[in-house]
Design a binder for this molecule. Structure first.
Ligand code: IPE
Ligand code: IPE
Ligand code: MG
Length: 248
């Protein structure tokens, strides 16, 4: 089991990361299928390779001192994929948590699920819930995994929760919506990275992305390395975030 060392400020500078580190990074991990097809292998091989890439990126996020990393692992629309692929993804998810939980926990990572876990097979659900409960008290990296996640469904859920709480219309503001999303309590989303060249959100964090920066890379997710991650962060650090204001 590996204990992840934080990079020192000098090491971070040495990577060329000279600006403020984003607190919350979202990643749309795309391109597993294309990676596998290029190698004339089944798509599930790409998902397996993608799982290895994820292991490295979670560690890198921790070492860089990022507070929250949200990864898109399975969308509400992904149920429309062939059943074998969906099952392969669930198998990998279970394997991931069984294999990684001790290391993640030992490194203080807190696992959070974004999405409705109900429709998942009992085994997948049980291992997710166990990982979430076991790490709930950890105060290191918030590792948020979006599974059976769709941002529109998330917003509908938030509105229903507010209505059910009996809140009066005049008391419902942006904060009330934010507080009822899966991401409640996490830092504002600063950056969304999407791999594999696609430039769309595909129903990921629509509300949270209001003022996020976007970095798109052609690299397919299984080929996404910590070095590529740092180069996306360097790109983010070059941006001027104005939030609607005039900058001096
Ligand atoms: C992303 O890779 C992983 C999931 C959506 C689960 P894809 O499976 O979408 O890969 P491409 O886009 O077909 O290459
Ligand atoms: C988005 O990727 C979902 C995940 C990465 C889990 P998709 O591959 O499903 O998105 P589209 O279909 O290209 O928009
Ligand atoms: Mg895709």
């Amino acid at each position: 089991m590996r204990i992840y060392e934080r990079y020192t400020a000098d090491e971070i500078k040495g990577f060329g990361l000279l600006g403020a580190m984003p607190e919350h990074v979202g990643i749309i991990m795309d391109g597993n299928g294309r990676w596998a097809t290029k190698r004339l292998t089944p798509r599930s091989f790409g998902h397996r390779a993608g799982m290895e890439a994820l292991h490295e990126i979670v560690r890198e996020a921790h070492c860089l001192g990022i507070k929250a990393l949200t990864v898109y692992a399975f969308s509400t629309e992904n149920w429309q994929r062939p059943v074998q692929e969906v099952n392969a993804l669930f198998g990998l998810l279970t394997e991931y948590f069984e294999r990684e939980i001790d290391e993640l926990d030992a490194n203080g990572v807190r696992i959070i699920a974004l999405g409705d876990l109900e429709p998942f097979p009992a085994k997948v659900k049980a291992c997710m819930v166990e990982a979430i409960n076991r790490t709930a008290g950890n105060s290191g990296l918030n590792f948020c995994i979006a599974i059976n996640y769709g941002s529109r469904a998330e917003i509908v859920r938030a509105v229903k929760r507010i209505v059910e709480s009996g809140a009066a219309a005049e008391d419902i503001g942006e904060q009330a919506i934010s507080d009822n999303l899966y991401t409640a309590g996490l830092p504002e989303l600063d950056l969304i990275i999407r791999t594999a060249g696609e430039q769309r959100l595909s129903n990921f964090l629509l509300w949270q992305a209001a003022y996020a920066e976007f970095v798109f890379t052609p690299v397919l997710w299984p080929d996404f390395t910590p070095a590529e991650f740092r180069s996306c962060l360097a790109e983010y650090m070059k941006r001027t975030r104005r939030f609607g204001k005039v900058m001096e």
